[in-house]
Write a new protein. Structure first.
Length: 259
């Protein structure tokens, strides 16, 4: 498996360490692409890969799968193009799929070209349960309460916790696109963006990003809490989010699917 990564930041670096150095995946990251030329050249030299500034050249470089590890704008701009060129697409910026029309375009393009789109579980769990519970429409209520430090939300320091937002997942992803991908992913697995409820709290007392998921329906009830360690050097990104991408790569093509 020849892998390409869109992005030259913390997640790209972590994946290069795991894949090209530690050989944790049956494949190799052959190419990285981004606007930061200095960072890209450093990654290429350190991890024996190639760096591209031109996306078209990157896509045509002989890779089989593209991992978007950059930004919502990059995922939205490149997903369809990647699929049309016969590559699988793994997205980390789930907020790109908040528009139902775009999501449908991606779905149809993937189907027409015999490709797959992977949306890793990121910083949360329980997605398989929600999908199972909703298989015959038995899911009635889904909510997520996200609690993060002010720094991880890009805010100034504060002395006490503050409720920043309460509303639907669709509204949340529009106001906090860099921090609340989990809310949109949760809604895609369950009741949709309008019916999935979201609360976002800035809390100076927390050291780990915390997500509390609650669901109710004919299946029973679920309450799942995760406390995520941030990526070193980037408090806005969960370490578990990077691990979920690695898991997708490790299980890609696996003849036995769990869950």
């Amino acid at each position: 498996m020849n892998i390409g990564v869109l992005g030259t930041g913390n997640i790209a670096t972590y994946l290069l360490e795991c894949v090209n150095e530690e050989k944790l995946v049956d494949g190799e990251i052959k190419a990285v692409c981004g606007r930061n030329r200095e960072a890209g050249k450093q990654l290429a030299a350190r991890y024996n890969t190639r760096f591209y500034e031109d996306v078209d050249e990157f896509i045509a470089s002989g890779i089989d799968v593209v991992i978007e590890a950059a930004a919502i704008e990059v995922a939205a701009a490149r997903a369809v193009e990647v699929l049309k060129n016969g590559k699988d697409f793994i997205a980390t910026s789930i907020g790109a799929f908040k528009d139902a029309g775009f999501l449908e375009d991606v779905r149809k393009t993937a189907q027409a070209n015999g490709r797959s789109v992977f949306l890793p579980s990121g910083a949360i769990g329980g997605l398989d349960l929600l999908q199972s519970a909703n298989a015959i429409g038995g899911l009635q209520k889904v909510s997520i309460t996200t609690r993060k430090s002010p720094r991880s939300l890009g805010l100034d320091s504060m002395d006490e916790e503050k409720l920043l937002f309460e509303g639907s997942a669709g509204e949340a992803i529009g106001k906090f696109p860099e921090n609340i991908n989990v809310a949109l992913l949760l809604s895609l697995a369950g009741l949709g963006t309008d019916k999935t409820r979201v609360r976002i709290i800035a809390d100076p007392a927390v050291e780990r990003n915390t997500h509390l998921i609650e669901a109710d329906g004919s299946f029973g009830k679920m309450m799942l809490k995760t406390e995520n360690t941030p990526m070193p050097g980037n408090p806005k990104t969960s370490y578990l989010a990077a691990l979920s991408i690695l898991s997708v790569l490790q299980n890609k093509g696996n003849p036995v699917i769990i869950g």
